[in-house]
Each structure stands twice: as C-alpha cells, then as structure tokens.
Design a protein around this ligand. Structure first.
Ligand code: FAD
Length: 487
C-alpha cells in the first residue's frame, strides 16, 4: 500500500486520514499533543466536564458521511440531537428572546418581543437559503484553485447573481435593510463571528451562515462536542489508521520538488504523500522553512481569537439554555475595539455555553458547567494578563446586571484559555480561531489551496486553508484535498 503521513490530528487531519485509508493508503497521523482533536478537545475539573473549544455543531451529515464512506453505520459510533431552542438572547434593557428552530415559532417570538414583522424573519431566512444554494457549491465545496471550477454551470450561475448575493455590500448594511429593529440587526450581525470576522466589514455573502443554523439545524452530540473527535478517531483506528501522540513533526522533507517524508526527532519517516493539518502560517515558518513562502497568503489578516473562562457554577439557572448570548450595548464599538484597536471591549458580548443543560453528568447535581467566552483580537503581543483581569471583572459585572445574580461566589472551579494558549496548544497563528478573517470580499481567494503547487505529493487541510475555519469547513477541506490525491 502507498503510505500517507498526516501532520496533526485536528478534525480535518482525522477526516483526511479516514478518507485516505478508505482510498487504500496506509495512514499514520503524527500529533504533537498527548490527545487528538486539536481545538476540538475536552477536560475535566473536579466533577465538571468542559468542551475546550467548539460548542456549536452544524451539518452533522458531514461526520456521518465519513462513517458511511468506511462502510459503517454512523449510529453505531456517534449520536446527536437536533436543538429545538437554538439560542437564548439577552439584552441589558431586560429584553429576552429565544431563537427557536421552528421558524413560525421564532417569527412569533420576534414579533411579540421586538415588534419586528414576522415576514421579515421568513424573508431573511429564505434569502440566506438562496445565497447558500448559489454560493456553497462554488466557494465551499470546490477547489477555487482549479480552472474547471470557474467554468462549470454552477459557477456561471453564481457570477450572474453576484450583486444579489451581497458581494458588494457589508453584512451590517444588508441586515439593516432586512430588519427594522436594531436588536434583530445585531442578532443577525453576530453570525460574522462564526468565522471570526467583523459584520461591519465582512461582505453580506456571509449571510449564508444563518441558513445553516435555522434551516439546516443546530445539533448537539449526545456525549458532548468532544465525541466528534473520539468517535472519528475510533472509526479511523478501526480501518487501520495509526495515531502517534506526543509526536511533534519537525520538517516536511522535500527532494527534487517532491515531498518524500517528514522528520520526527531528527529521524526521516518516508511516505508517498504528506498531508499537513498544522496551521498554514506556522507550517511554512517551521516545517517548510527552507521552501518558497507564499508571502501574500501568509500575510492575510487573521480572524479574531477568544477569551474563555471555564466556570463550574454551583447553581442552576433555569432561564439559560445550551447556547446563551448577553449582547453588548454598542456592537459597532465592540468590533472596532477587536479589529481596529486590537483590544478587548469594556462591554463585550458574552457567550455562555452550558452542555450540562442537555448532558446532566457534565456538572454535579444542582450545578452548571459554564463555557463563558468573549471575542477578542488575535495575539499581537498585547498585555494579556492585564486585559484578561479587566475582562473577567467586566464579564462578571455584566452577567450580574443581566441575571440579577452575582455569580462570582458561585464559581467552584475555574480555568481559562486565551489567544496565547490557543496558539501554544494548537499552533494556530496568533491564536486565531478560524485562520484568515473574511473581512474583505477577496478573502475567499486568499486562502491557501488544498495542495502545494510547488511541491509534489504535499497536501493541506484544516481551518487555515481553503475553504476556511470551523468544523464544517475544516471537514470539507479534507474532502476537497483528497480529490487531488492521485490526480
Ligand atoms: P486544529 O484543531 O487547529 O488542530 C491542529 C492540530 O495539529 C493540533 O492538534 C496540533 O497539536 C497539531 N499540530 C500542529 N503542529 C504540529 C506538528 N508540527 N506536529 C504534530 N502535530 C502538530 N468551530 C465550529 O464549527 N463551531 C464552534 O462553535 C467553534 N467554536 C470555537 C471556539 C474556540 C474557543 C476555538 C479555539 C475554535 C472554535 N471553532 C469552532 C473553530 C474550530 O475549532 C476549528 O476551525 C477546527 O477545529 C480546526 O480544525 P483543524 O483541523 O484545522 O485543526
């Protein structure tokens, strides 16, 4: 069997390993950490379990597809449920709404609590579906680096509709036209953060994201987000993939413009092809430092990062669901702080994810596991210790104002993650969550291809290359990449 060497066991690295094993490769995965999954990992703190990174799961069929490809029944490995209430939204003036999966119910909620005509919800979600149907085949499911992608019917269809698809407007401008209530504009603007971008800069094409959550559905893996990693690793192992944990790759070895293997602990391990799942910027800096650098791609601005407090809270809050948002009073200033000033805003929008709402053994009885996150700039050498101390105070005060309870004395256990540790634990350049930001309309064209055009037998997958970050796109990167193998 030809041998494939995969560097990194992020979700895309695992998916690539499965796809190549199904194609008949002998596959070995090399992971620097002592655990697989990269950003999609978990940890325990005295009776509380926390998913460390991603918390929102969409397009579960992409995970199922991997089991089916390998001839297995997905249900034997991995189970998930569809969310009926997607997210609980809170504002400082006491306004609260729940986004329901049922569109009629959501429209009623919005009409009742925000005075927004229900038809606007239907219009916005229909428009999001239309955009997705016209943009996804070209920008998400295909390589943008092949001439044939640009000459097929789907592509032509997309060009003809570019104006209508929002490429020339910003997400905020488009949402301001769709909705009359600024709170609803804010709610729909938040989808820019799903790939670490700024709604006041990012093109309105990103309005395809609500389609995934509302029309296709938001899901929760019954054993928690980390089970996506665990069940895919089990699948990979069952079809012969070997994982080497605690094994940092030092170099991609290139001879005569061809990847011939990798270097680990100074030793050469030979392979017929090399798949890199390490963040592209750091991979060129380290593994490929002697090779030609694609400077323009490497210098693209990165997405935002995050500050997360993992709090074991010894109290139940029945008004909170799996996903909760406490909005900032001034969204524009929050994004200016993050993207223009490179700092943390004093009144940040707070996201609280509580998996114990659906998976009760994630917290002791009567308690909740709060994953409390704010968006922050990527790491540019800020004084993080100071900024984090200030942010913690501001977050606790805001939660106090909105819930009417001071949660600080209820925190039984605590840990936190910031841009520095995101980078040191997963090698993400500047601790960005999603690789490059999408803050300009050319961003889609400025991600690295899923293969190297200079070095034969070298392929790329993961959130820092085409088509972008987040679990669904990272999984698609592995799929697109595999299509190039053997061409
Ligand atoms: P990564 O997870 O980046 O992993 C790369 C792996 O490669 C790591 O395990 C690393 O140790 C390994 N590696 C690097 N260098 C080497 C080397 N030299 N040798 C060996 N191994 C190496 N996405 C969503 O879809 N929904 C969400 O709700 C969501 N929320 C997020 C919240 C947070 C806090 C974070 C951090 C991310 C979030 N994301 C979310 C984004 C999502 O986690 C990522 O886009 C996705 O997991 C990236 O996967 P990846 O395959 O690129 O690999």
């Amino acid at each position: 069997h030809p041998k494939a060497l995969v560097i990194g066991s992020g979700i895309a690295g695992i998916a690539a390993a499965i796809r190549l094993a199904v194609r008949g490769f002998e596959v070995e995965v090399f992971e620097a950490n002592s655990y697989p999954g990269g950003k999609l990992s978990e940890f325990q703190l005295q009776g509380y379990r926390f998913d460390a990174g991603p918390s929102l799961f969409t397009l579960p069929e992409q995970v199922d597809e991997l089991f089916k490809l390998a001839g297995k029944n997905p249900e034997d490995y991995f189970s998930y449920q569809k969310l009926e209430d997607i997210c609980h939204y809170f504002w400082e003036d006491g306004t609260r709404i729940t986004a329901f999966a049922d569109q009629e119910k959501f429209a009623t909620e919005v009409e009742k609590n925000l005075g927004e005509p229900r038809t606007n919800i239907h219009k916005a979600l229909a428009s999001s579906a239309y955009m997705y149907d016209h943009l996804a085949p070209l920008f998400l499911h295909s390589s943008l680096h092949q001439f044939s992608t640009w000459t097929n019917r789907e592509a032509l269809n997309s060009y003809l509709k570019m104006g209508r698809l929002g490429i020339f407007s910003t997400m905020h401008k488009a949402n301001s036209k769709l909705f009359s209530n600024p709170k609803l504009v804010q709610l729909f603007n938040r989808y820019a953060t799903y790939n670490g971008s700024d709604p006041y800069q990012t093109p309105a094409t990103l309005n395809i994201i609500p389609h995934l959550e509302f029309n296709r559905g938001a899901y929760f893996p019954k054993k928690g987000m980390h089970d996506i990693t665990l069940s895919l690793v089990r699948l990979a192992e069952s079809i012969g993939v070997k994982f080497h944990l605690n094994t940092k790759v030092e170099e991609i070895v290139v001879e005569n413009k061809k990847a011939v293997g990798i270097r680990v602990n100074g030793q050469l391990i030979v392979g017929d092809l090399v798949v890199n799942n390490m963040d592209m910027v750091n991979a060129y800096k380290t593994l490929l430092k002697n090779q030609k650098q694609p400077k323009k791609l490497l210098n693209q601005p990165k997405s935002s990062s995050a500050l997360i407090f993992y709090w074991g809270i010894k109290k139940d809050f029945p008004e909170l669901g799996l996903h909760n948002i406490f909005f900032s009073d001034d969204y524009k200033s929050e994004f200016d702080a993050i993207f223009k000033k490179g700092t943390i805003y004093a009144d940040p929008t707070i996201y609280i994810n509580i998996s114990s709402v659906l998976k009760s053994d994630d917290a002791p009885a009567g308690g909740m596991n709060w994953f409390t996150m704010i968006n922050v700039p990527n790491n540019q050498g800020q004084d993080w210790d100071h900024l984090i101390g200030e942010a913690r105070k501001n977050m606790l005060a805001k939660i106090h104002r909105i819930l009417g309870v001071n949660v600080e004395p209820l925190i039984e256990v605590e840990d936190f993650l910031d841009p520095r540790t995101i980078e040191s634990r997963t090698s993400s350049a500047q601790g960005a969550l999603y690789g490059n930001s999408s803050n300009n309309r050319f961003a889609a064209f400025l991600r690295h291809a899923n293969y190297s055009s200079d070095i034969k037998n070298l392929f790329f997958c993961g959130g820092s290359v085409h088509p972008g970050g987040g679990i669904p796109l990272s999984l698609l990167s592995a799929k697109i990449m595999t299509e190039f193998v053997g061409r």
